[in-house]
Design a protein. Structure first.
Length: 324
């Protein structure tokens, strides 16, 4: 048997997409911008050949992950069916929280593994992001790493992720506070289309991408933080005003957000951010990150400090292992 191992990190969406105008190709309605983390990782190992084909998460077969990976394999093989390999995926740390972005890191790692298995060689990550998008649109951004932008485009070919900055451009620090919630992200994506404010959201988010990219390239933490907070509240507003009135924030989310605002009053560089879940990200600077972590810890929450992460990588090249 041969084994390949890859790692990819999660990302924090700074300008978040919500809703998909093409579910098969997973094309979003507007562009989005994110930054990879360093503290949340998916490790995936592909074993070839293996009799039990599919994706296994923490040792258990995942029908949904296997189904979402099928179009990735089909694209890489040109429509031919690939049998006989298994992928074991593990999220580190193992957390039962919502809004951490593990689907992005998993999709990136799995896509990269399949590319190495089917095509071989070093991929052009920007081109491969079109394939990763078939697993999850966020996986396209996680794949290329750093600060990246997913172009919604108008077709399969024009929707891809491009890395435009890294930690040298802006040494952003993040504090991640994982919080649980039993809501599927897919349900939230479908729900927002019923909000009466959804069309306005598309226009607003697309414009914000231009402002966000400019702020990142200029190293303007204050502006990045302000834009991310605005985007967060807007995202949750359209979710709450959909037909099912989904609430993705929790009491803990609100408590942490209020604490972040209190930190700013005390002179700290701290700005909150949330994705499609209650988990809160706090964007800050190197000189203030320790104080932010202490403030969150005093509230009784586990805080994970992070820096700007890189692209998905194959960490172990094909190795032969005994069948026994």
């Amino acid at each position: 048997m041969r084994r390949y191992t890859a790692r990819a990190t999660t990302m924090q969406a700074l300008v978040k997409y919500h809703g998909l105008r093409d579910w098969k190709l997973r094309l979003p309605y507007h562009d989005s911008i994110s930054v990879n983390t360093t503290s949340m990782t998916t490790k995936a190992t592909l074993t070839d050949p293996w009799s039990r084909h599919g994706v296994y998460i923490e040792g258990r077969y995942s029908e949904s992950a296997t189904r979402r990976l099928d179009p990735v394999i089909e694209r890489l093989t040109g429509g031919m069916t690939e049998e006989g390999f298994r992928i074991d995926s593990t999220n580190l740390p193992r957390l039962s929280a919502k809004g951490l972005g593990y689907s992005s890191s998993a999709g990136a790692a799995l896509t990269l593994l399949c590319y190495r298995r089917v095509v071989g060689g070093e991929p052009d990550l920007e081109k491969l992001s079109r394939v990763a998008r078939l697993f999850a649109a966020s996986a396209a951004r996680s794949l290329v790493g750093g600060f990246s932008r997913l172009y919604a485009g108008e077709s399969d070919d024009s929707s891809y992720a491009s890395r435009f900055a890294d930690e040298k451009t802006m040494d952003l620090r993040m504090v991640i506070v994982p919080l649980p919630l039993k809501v599927r992200t897919e349900d939230a994506h479908r729900e927002v289309e019923t909000s009466p404010f959804f069309e306005a959201r598309i226009r607003s988010a697309q414009k914000r991408c231009e402002e966000m990219e400019k702020a990142i390239l200029g190293g303007d933490l204050k502006r990045v933080g302000e834009l991310t907070e605005q985007d967060t509240l807007e995202l949750h507003a359209i979710t709450m005003t959909g037909a099912d009135r989904l609430l993705l924030m929790s009491e803990d989310s609100i408590r942490i957000i209020r604490k972040v605002r209190e930190m700013r009053t005390d002179g700290l560089e701290a700005f909150f951010s949330m994705q499609t879940g209650p988990t809160v990200y706090i964007n800050t600077s190197e000189r203030h990150i320790e104080r932010v972590v202490r403030s969150v810890s005093r509230l009784g929450y586990r805080a994970y400090p992070s820096r700007v992460g890189g692209e998905a990588r194959v960490t172990t090249e094909p190795t032969n292992v005994n069948n026994s």
